[in-house]
Design a protein around this ligand. Structure first.
Ligand SMILES: [Zn+2]
Length: 479
């Protein structure tokens, strides 16, 4: 009985020494998921990449030098980690901001010689006024119904949509839907006003910012009906509303943006190859472009950096996934989603080989867990992932029929389940698309939690036995 114990000890010693080499494929073992979480929580990699993007490059609007520099910077960082990097060419809109001023020049009770400056910023895709500006009467409406009711007054006027952002909704955990309600007027208001003959359109800034900061974003205007369009600050929209109630209000508006020919740009695609199922893909992603007023720290340098950091986590642990994990830094999410469309054109036929796609694009607030468009029957499969994320307060699993996010919605419609960190966005819209979306607004601990959520989720999907598939959307829910 003694003899067998000696070789057994010898075998045990051998196993211990062989440990690091064998640790390459620990699958979805709870200990492996916990190690991924802890490694992410101990790393500054995502913070460093976010700082590189925001401090060294700055704004990254599609077509700009900043966007081109970001492509190079992210590709190089991925190469340094040892990923296989591809730059996928895409043509992007190239809109460039010009001068932008507003001045209230006529209103009842105006002392002689007095005018008032309005703080505003052009919306993406806005048309231009004459160089010297345009002067027109302003009509203030609270919604589309009022605009229609006053249709006879619109021609030649500047229309202001004075629609408040529902901060109470945002405080209650529904910042996304609140933003959707407000941005509906930014995206559709200028077009509707243009169709009714307005000379220009203004919207009350969407979001909770109350330091007189305007909030830009895409206007939805198209060639042929490209009137000047701008967002005024919440404070100035309220002022204009009050003055319009006293009597006729007129303003001088100067907006001189330009639309240049579409520019050459790229999605950055970096692969961390899988082992036995290398042809199946899990996407982790964020978008590389940002609006031009600030450095896009929350939106979306933090998302890209969190996706990049998934590889750093796995490299640190020397973990190889069964399926290939693909990091994508999408180009042009903000004003065209040409990057997402380009990817779909090139890889849509292969959608069936994509077992899941993750994008972080809701800012770097504290993550509470995960949102996922998987079938209800699959929710239980994620219990080990939830258990691994619970110690950092990110164990919630919110199942939805569809996430419908900007870059992933095409893949989602093609049958690929979408995933996104479920984050606290109650203050996100104070900064998002304003001049205040800068690195100092990010919390390094929350960014590490993002990396932990992204890394553990990507790993889980890359090793799960059978792909979970996407939620079946009831016909009535289709758009
Ligand atoms: Zn974004």
């Amino acid at each position: 009985m003694n003899r067998p114990r000696i070789p057994a000890l010898g075998l045990m010693a051998f196993t211990l020494f062989a440990g690091p080499a064998q640790a390459a494929s620990p699958g979805n073992d709870p200990a492996a998921l916990a190690r991924i979480r802890d490694t992410a929580m101990g790393s500054n990699y995502a913070w460093e990449r976010t700082a590189d993007m925001t401090d060294l490059i700055g704004p990254r609007l599609s077509g700009s030098k900043g966007a081109a520099a970001a492509v190079e910077q992210v590709a190089e960082a991925m190469r340094q980690l040892g990923a296989k990097v591809t730059l996928q060419p895409v043509k992007v809109p190239h809109w460039v901001r010009g001068l932008e001023t507003g001045e209230l020049v006529e209103y009842r009770g105006r002392p002689a010689g007095v005018t008032q400056q309005v703080v505003l910023t052009a919306l993406g895709g806005s048309g231009a006024t004459p160089a010297g500006g345009l002067r027109a009467e302003v009509i203030v409406v609270k919604d589309f119904d009022e605009l229609k009711a006053r249709g006879a007054e619109v021609k030649g006027k500047i229309v202001l949509f004075d629609v408040p952002f529902d901060q109470q909704m945002a405080d209650g955990g529904l910042a996304g839907p609140a933003y959707g309600q407000g941005s509906n007027y930014r995206v559709n208001g200028p077009r509707v006003a243009a169709e009714m003959g307005a000379a220009a359109a203004l919207v009350r800034s969407v979001g909770g910012a109350n330091y007189r900061l305007p909030h830009t974003g895409s206007s939805g205007l198209q060639d042929g009906a490209r009137i000047p369009a701008a967002a005024v600050t919440v404070e100035d929209a309220m002022l204009m509303s009050r003055l319009a109630r006293r009597g006729p209000l007129a303003m001088r508006l100067v907006l001189t943006p330009k639309i240049l020919p579409d520019a050459d740009s790229f999605n950055v695609i970096a692969d961390w190859p899988g082992t036995d199922k290398a042809d199946e893909i899990v996407i982790v992603s964020g978008h590389l472009d940002s609006w031009d007023l600030a450095t896009g720290a929350h939106d979306d340098a933090a998302g890209v950096a969190s996706a990049m950091a998934v590889f750093e986590t796995l490299k640190t642990l020397d973990y190889r996934p069964r399926r290939t994990i693909r990091m994508i830094a999408w180009m042009n999410e903000e004003n065209g989603t040409r990057g997402a469309r380009g990817y779909l054109d090139a890889h849509g036929a292969n959608a069936g080989k994509h077992v899941g796609a993750i994008e972080s694009d809701n800012g770097a607030g504290r993550p509470f867990g995960l949102r996922a468009s998987v079938p209800a029957s699959a929710s239980g499969l994620f219990a080990p992932l939830q258990a691994a994320l619970q110690p950092i307060g990110a164990g919630v699993f919110q199942r939805l029929d569809a996430l419908s996010t900007g870059d992933l919605s095409g893949l989602e419609r093609a049958g690929v389940p979408s995933f996104a960190p479920l984050v606290d966005t109650s203050t996100y819209f104070n900064y998002h698309h304003t001049a205040a979306d800068t690195l100092d607004k990010l919390d390094p601990d929350n960014l590490r939690r993002h990396v932990a959520v992204m890394s553990a989720t990507a790993w889980f999907l890359a090793n799960v036995e059978e792909p979970v598939g996407r939620a079946v959307v009831p016909a009535a829910a289709g758009h």
